[in-house]
Write a protein of this length. Structure first.
Length: 544
């Protein structure tokens, strides 16, 4: 019986991994600008030991002025060294992390369900159900197939948490937990907000069991986390400083709106303005609005938010049927009222914090830890329905099982259709679909002409650097950078024969002018080529 279970377990892991690795370089069919920047900086490090700005082995990558964390970039050096600077190389670690997460969640839910007093057979069965749910979850599949640092960060979190919980008895695992939690701080900046609150929760709920036996493993884990965590705080302060620009507390538009509304309120009632419309209450209401939006049906089940890189049109982060089981699972937790149920509830409440303080909440990458907690809720809800059906006659029980398989199967197939067939036809414009083909075309033409791209705010320069690819030494020594904008973001204006300008500038030398449809063509230039991608014209190339 055990051998059959493990055959089924590895079959589920194999299918989940296949879903995450299948045709990884082509789906999604375009890289976002962060993926391209990660890949090119890894390539630059391999070639020169420096990033695109010429910094030697940095721990914070300036990139566009957003200061990326170092973990994913350094990890990407390995697949770039093996397979070259390709889409697959950039996405490799995210897909691998997503596959490893399927194994880890099995062991995490085994611990949780044991603490919730499930029988041994139920623990094993419903832990495997949790693996199936995560393997087919749209949120996790989408993020596992894109080069997101947050997805690697999620798996490190899962490794750290699982090792910690098992390490309460098997003490050497505490060292693994300390290393994984420390690595989170070098991988994704939201960890600096989420991890302290989550770590405090672990200490409050499990501190007595953790410290009842003070051994060398606990001491070693503490020293590792203290050293690596402190070094992370010191070395990546630029990342933290850059990220403050996207918080609700630093956004000039929000601050201007606050002063305007307060002035109007003050004119009507000074007492009311001081009591209710002061700054702490204003920001608390804004934070609360952002926080609650993380649990909105629209975000979870309908449209997955507004960020163009984080969603598939017509699809939420979870299937609509998941919502019913989340509610039932939440009810199960409330009724259990033990340490494990309180811990899971605290996890759910803490996960949206990094997203809630930012201007574009709800933000899927900043609250990725919520996926795992909600997957456990869904599994608990399914278990409740199944237990209820077991009290009925066997034909009714079979009907419940068939209905669940049919409804979930329909939603999974719908997600696959939207992702594979529809999504390529509706790629977000900021992902610059077809730019690789435009670069290939101009590279096969007259090499004596300069090449002018419009829309530098979409960071076309890094796509040229990636797909050509540009010599990192040339970029480091000869690139002219634009002054930072209001958000402190910047881009290359000129490097080699390439120019990245706005508008339709006059030019007195031979040039190719590459622009997207809808932008006015330059005077005196003749249309030479139209680049089509996914059935639509994406780039128009003119020459004088």
């Amino acid at each position: 019986m055990k051998s059959k279970f493990w055959i089924l377990f590895f079959l589920v892991i194999g299918i989940g991994s296949f879903i995450r690795f299948w045709d990884l370089g082509q789906h999604p069919p375009a890289l976002n600008r962060d993926e391209v920047a990660i890949g090119y900086n890894a390539y630059s490090l391999l070639q020169t030991g420096r990033d695109e700005w010429g910094e030697s082995w940095p721990l914070s990558f300036k990139s566009f002025g957003d200061y990326k964390m170092p973990g994913y970039i350094y990890a990407t050096m390995i697949p770039v060294a093996i397979w070259g600077l390709t889409e697959f190389s950039v996405r490799f670690w995210s897909a691998l992390a997503g596959s490893i997460a399927l194994i880890l969640i099995y062991f995490l839910t085994r611990w949780l369900f044991t603490q919730l007093n499930f029988s041994k057979r139920k623990v094993r069965t419903w832990s495997l159900v949790s693996v199936v749910i995560l393997a087919l979850n749209p949120w996790h599949i989408y993020f596992s197939r894109v080069g997101f640092e947050a997805n690697l960060n999620l798996t490190l979190f899962l490794l750290g948490l699982t090792s910690f919980l098992y390490g309460l008895k098997r003490r050497r695992l505490l060292v693994v937990s300390a290393l994984a939690f420390s690595a989170m701080l070098y991988t994704y900046s939201s960890s600096f907000i989420f991890l302290p609150f989550f770590g405090l929760t672990l200490l409050i709920m499990f501190g007595k069991q953790l410290f009842e036996k003070r051994d060398c493993w606990l001491s070693l884990a503490g020293v590792i986390f203290l050293i690596l965590g402190s070094y992370a705080l010191w070395s990546v302060w630029q990342v933290s400083a850059a990220k403050t620009n996207i918080t609700i507390f630093s956004d000039p538009g929000i601050l201007d709106s606050y002063h305007h509304l307060r002035a109007e309120m003050f004119a009507q009632s000074p007492l009311w303005a001081r009591a209710w419309f002061n700054r702490p209450f204003f920001y608390f209401r804004l934070f609360l609005q952002n926080y609650l939006s993380s649990f909105s049906p629209r975000f979870l089940f309908i449209s997955a938010g507004d960020h163009p890189w984080h969603q598939i049109s017509g699809m939420g982060h979870f299937y609509w049927l998941d919502g019913l089981f989340m509610v039932l699972g939440l009810g199960t937790l409330v009724l259990k009222r033990n340490r494990a149920s309180l811990f899971l509830l605290a996890w759910i409440l803490l996960a949206p914090l990094p997203s809630a303080i930012t201007i574009d909440a709800p933000h899927a990458t900043r609250m990725l830890q919520l996926i795992l907690a909600l997957v456990v809720l869904i599994s608990l809800g399914l278990q409740f329905i199944w237990q209820l059906s077991c009290k009925w006659a066997k034909p009714a029980q079979r009907l419940v099982l068939i209905s669940l398989v049919f409804m979930y199967g329909f939603q999974v197939l719908r997600f696959g259709y939207l992702y594979i067939v529809q999504y390529p036809k509706n790629l977000p414009r900021p992902m610059l679909p077809g730019i690789d083909q435009a670069i290939d075309w101009v590279e096969t033409q007259d090499s004596g002409r300069v090449v002018i791209f419009t829309n530098p705010l979409d960071f076309a320069y890094v796509y040229v650097a990636f797909y050509r690819p540009l010599d990192p030494v040339e970029v480091q020594k000869q690139a002219d950078w634009k002054p930072p904008d209001l958000a402190n973001l910047t881009a290359i204006e000129k490097v080699g024969r390439y120019r990245f300008w706005e508008g339709t500038p006059d030019i007195d030398q031979k040039a190719y002018y590459v622009l997207v449809p809808g932008i006015k063509s330059p005077g005196g230039f003749e249309l030479k080529e139209t680049i089509f991608a996914y059935g639509e014209p994406q780039w128009l190339i003119y020459a004088n």
